[in-house]
Design a protein around this ligand. Structure first.
Ligand SMILES: Cc1cc2nc3c(=O)[nH]c(=O)nc-3n(C[C@H](O)[C@H](O)[C@H](O)COP(=O)(O)OP(=O)(O)OC[C@H]3O[C@@H](n4cnc5c(N)ncnc54)[C@H](O)[C@@H]3O)c2cc1C
Length: 309
């Protein structure tokens, strides 16, 4: 039986692996469909402490995995398909194979909702992005018109943040008012650099032929009229999907699927801990995910020590 099984090899999972490995717990870590997690999809990470020149996302995650393995973490390809945490030992199914564990750390992350456009996929990381805090400061976006798609709190936050860099921020929303909280909506709309584009959806990101973002094609849902808007970047802020479907009905989560920790990283099931973006809809950063991974590892270690006294 495994002492610690960690689901996910993003910043949260691998940091939990590092800490539990250094506590001699030889964690078994499953990478799922995205080994290294979301950060491997970005070229340069400029805000992870300790790298004044920035570091390639893939390289950072490779180093973190090596660091955890150095102390005995066992990182494996494999997707956790089912869990049964009704009684100890917990039972998991990984790629069809059964496994038992005393503790589980869920670090399965969250994906971004996409617009669902072919041009969006083709221009991802070439001007299409899903995180203003991560990418907004890139030189390609400075003093340029930018588009934020969405109408909730996240979209408002992204738009406001981008006003530091952009010449103008167009906030494209499918309705004629924002879904965001009243105070956030008022503050956003009062900003001189933010221009709302109401009742509109992006139907195409331009320009795939040039291999970079030069604008968006819009459709007004009320008038059916099409138009184009020049911009250097498109920030999609229409929500996130936590990878937590596996735990529905078993582990407490909010209406959007984010796991709700009880105390520290503890979930409602003793012995099951959570870390990273699958339980964080506020910060969603590499360093916060790593910090939560550290906390989950320490909580798991203390749980095992108390259990095996
Ligand atoms: C393009 C982009 C750029 C970014 N840039 C920055 C940046 O510059 N700075 C910054 O701080 N943050 C950045 N972020 C955000 C950062 O990547 C995330 O906050 C961070 O990766 C969250 O870590 P995590 O470990 O919680 O989840 P993730 O990194 O999403 O990792 C989740 C892991 O869980 C695995 N998994 C999921 N389900 C299963 C399963 N059933 N079985 C096994 N494994 C499973 C996945 O395969 C993956 O390995 C960026 C995000 C994106 C998308």
């Amino acid at each position: 039986m495994e002492k610690v099984v960690i689901i996910g090899t993003g910043c949260a999972g691998l940091t939990a692996a590092l800490y539990t490995a250094r506590a001699n717990l030889a964690p078994l870590v499953f990478a799922g469909a995205m080994p290294g997690g979301l950060l491997t999809t970005t070229s340069i990470v400029e805000n992870f402490p300790g790298f004044p020149e920035g570091i390639d996302g893939y390289e950072l995650m490779t180093r973190l995995q090596k660091q955890a393995e150095r102390f005995g973490a066992r990182v494996q390809f494999g997707t956790v398909e089912a869990v049964d945490v009704k009684s100890q030992p917990f039972k998991l199914t990984v790629d069809g194979e059964p496994l038992e564990a005393e503790t589980i750390i869920i670090a399965s992350g969250a994906g971004h909702r996409h617009l669902g456009l072919e041009s969006e996929d083709k221009l991802e990381r070439k001007g299409v992005t899903y995180c203003a805090t991560c990418d907004g400061a890139f030189p390609m976006f400075r003093n340029q018109p930018l588009v934020v798609v969405g109408g909730g709190d996240s979209a408002c936050e992204e738009a406001t943040y981008l006003t530091r860099f952009a010449s103008v921020v167009y906030l494209v929303h499918r309705r004629d008012s924002l879904r965001a909280s009243k105070i956030m909506a008022e503050r956003t709309l009062a900003h001189a650099k933010i221009k709302p584009v109401w009742d509109s959806v992006v139907t195409e990101v331009l320009d795939v032929k040039q291999d970079k973002v030069t604008g968006v094609r819009l459709k007004n849902l009320k008038t059916e009229k099409e138009s184009t808007l020049d911009c250097a970047g498109v920030f999609v802020a229409i929500g996130h999907l936590p990878n937590t479907q596996l735990f529905k009905g078993v582990i407490d989560m909010d209406e959007n699927g984010y796991i709700i920790p009880k105390r520290g990283s503890e979930t409602n099931v003793p012995g099951v801990f959570v870390a990273g973006d699958c339980s964080d809809h506020v910060y969603r950063q590499a360093i916060t995910a790593a910090g939560m991974g550290c906390a989950a590892a320490i909580d798991a270690e203390r749980y095992l020590a108390a259990r095996n006294q």
